[in-house]
Design a protein around this ligand. Structure first.
Ligand SMILES: Cc1cc2nc3c(=O)[nH]c(=O)nc-3n(C[C@H](O)[C@H](O)[C@H](O)COP(=O)(O)OP(=O)(O)OC[C@H]3O[C@@H](n4cnc5c(N)ncnc54)[C@H](O)[C@@H]3O)c2cc1C
Length: 451
């Protein structure tokens, strides 16, 4: 034992560990970004392994029960297409008749049925030939001179290594870049971060009664929340509740905030889980007693983990800024586009929300360079933790965008391997864009027309 800084430490004995698998493209994390990446890489001919710490795919949608997909459109046309749109439409097609009717022409704010999504994603991976390894945590990397040689995995079998030519970091906390010593940013100037939310599902609701009450008496939920807050009956900060109806009896809720947690720390996730469940119990009790149609609410599920909006961001070859967002800037190496608004939830109970919308029909580009961590040669980052400033992450982080970034990362990984290139910056960007457009991606008028 020794003392490292202020903390006690122990020395791990050096030992050989077995290599579990060697593949072209290793996808780390199975959220929307990892799903897009794995499917795209496998469909483009690469051997692909996806490692996920849970026993299913979907990320925040299934792990934290985030109840709806953010808009796929810019309010005029779909901006997120390709694999993301395929998954949305395939999920809808498996839902019950009433849901299909209600949502058939909608691409924005479509509610998520986590169980339908889990099964759908398992099947898609099998069809595409992606190898899956669930219940496995990536805890370290072996690297030299900016090249990652292997990730170190931990599971019931023990500790093993996985080698790959290209690694895709879709952990949403940039875990690979963190372990490889790459440059990272986190939160705002004061270290402030968006709060987490413990999402939950209620059954036994009466949607028609709820809506009729809102219509007839004008007592919408917002007013009821504000009244209860002012009377000290409801301990939430915002007067907003995201309710996503799966059918007339069942809805997913994105309601309430847990402040002051850093989702890249297990202690904080633990606190978030405990505080989150207590808050859900309090909210459900209040809904039952105060909201028409919710009298018999049955709490069927809270997230396996508190939903985490913000942790690490990589510092990449390009840092996408809020000026790029507001100017709807395009880049020569765009690999996706974002039309979602800057949606920064307050960092503490006293601060406010920051919301900045783009006009209908407008979007900005997400350049390939923002997926490349400075100083690391064979890792592509996709999803929530790409290289942006804090405000812009508040927009790019949502699930449809993560599918699109993942699809680009996976396609890039496969193209690199096919061409015998194992450094991410060797990509032929025109070839990548051409392939993405062929797969259905929208990269903006200019790029799509040029293909
Ligand atoms: C409360 C809340 C509400 C939200 N509301 C919406 C909304 O309404 N609509 C919307 O579209 N978006 C919403 N978002 C944003 C969105 O859900 C996430 O930003 C998005 O899921 C990020 O996708 P990702 O693929 O980057 O990461 P994630 O979805 O976080 O997935 C990462 C995956 O990697 C796995 N993983 C992480 N580290 C490791 C490791 N070391 N080893 C193995 N596996 C690992 C995780 O288990 C997880 O499955 C919300 C987020 C939160 C928290």
């Amino acid at each position: 034992m020794g003392i490292e800084g202020q903390r006690e430490s122990v020395r791990l004995p050096e030992r050989q560990i077995p290599v579990f698998r060697e593949v072209d493209v290793l996808v780390c994390g199975g959220g929307p970004a990892g799903v897009g990446a794995a499917l795209a890489a496998a469909r483009n001919g690469a051997s692909v392994l996806l490692i996920e710490q849970r026993g299913y795919l979907g990320g925040m949608a299934t792990v934290a029960n985030v109840p709806a997909f953010c808009p796929y459109t810019d309010h005029v046309k779909p901006v997120i297409r390709g694999i993301g749109l395929e998954i949305l439409q395939d999920m809808k097609a498996r839902m019950e008749y009433g849901f299909q009717e209600e949502w058939k022409d909608e691409l924005d704010w479509v509610p998520i049925h986590a169980e339908v999504l889990k099964l759908l994603l398992d099947e898609k991976m099998q069809e595409a030939g992606v190898s899956l390894l669930y219940h496995t945590f990536i805890g370290d990397v072996v690297h030299h001179d900016g090249v990652v040689d292997a990730v170190i995995i931990h599971n019931k079998t023990g500790t093993q290594a996985v080698k790959a030519k290209i690694f895709i970091d879709a952990t949403s906390d940039a875990d690979l870049v963190y372990h490889a010593g790459g440059p990272l940013a986190q939160g705002g100037d004061e270290g402030e971060m968006q709060p987490g939310t413990m999402c939950f599902v209620l059954h036994n609701l009466d949607r028609n009664r709820f809506l009729a009450h809102v219509d007839e008496y004008g007592v919408d939920l917002k007013h009821a929340i504000n009244k209860a807050k002012s009377e000290g009956q409801l301990n939430v900060v915002r007067d907003w509740a995201g309710i996503s109806w799966l059918n007339d009896q069942t809805a997913g809720f994105n309601f309430g905030h847990i402040f002051g947690i850093d989702g890249s720390k297990a202690e904080d996730l633990t606190h978030g889980a405990i505080a989150g469940r207590a808050l859900v119990d309090h909210i459900t009790d209040w809904l039952r007693k105060n909201i028409a149609g919710f009298e018999h609410a049955f709490l069927s599920l809270t997230g396996e983990q508190v939903g985490i909006r913000e942790t690490r961001r990589i510092v990449g070859d390009y840092v996408l800024t809020s000026d790029d967002f507001q100017s709807c800037r395009s880049f020569p190496d765009d690999i996706a586009r974002n039309a979602y608004f800057i949606d920064l939830h307050m960092a503490n109970a006293q601060s406010g929300m920051t919301m900045v919308h783009l006009p209908p029909g407008e979007s900005h580009g997400i350049p390939y360079r923002s997926l490349l961590p400075v100083g690391i040669e064979n890792v592509i980052v996709a999803g929530k933790s790409i290289s942006t400033d804090r405000a812009t992450q508040g927009a790019t982080r949502v699930m449809p965008n993560c599918f699109a970034m993942g699809e680009a990362a996976g396609t890039a990984g496969a193209l690199l391997c096919t061409n015998g290139l194992h450094r991410t910056r060797s990509i032929d960007i025109k070839q990548l864009q051409q392939q993405l457009v062929k797969q259905g991606a929208w990269l903006g008028e200019a790029i799509n027309r040029a293909q």
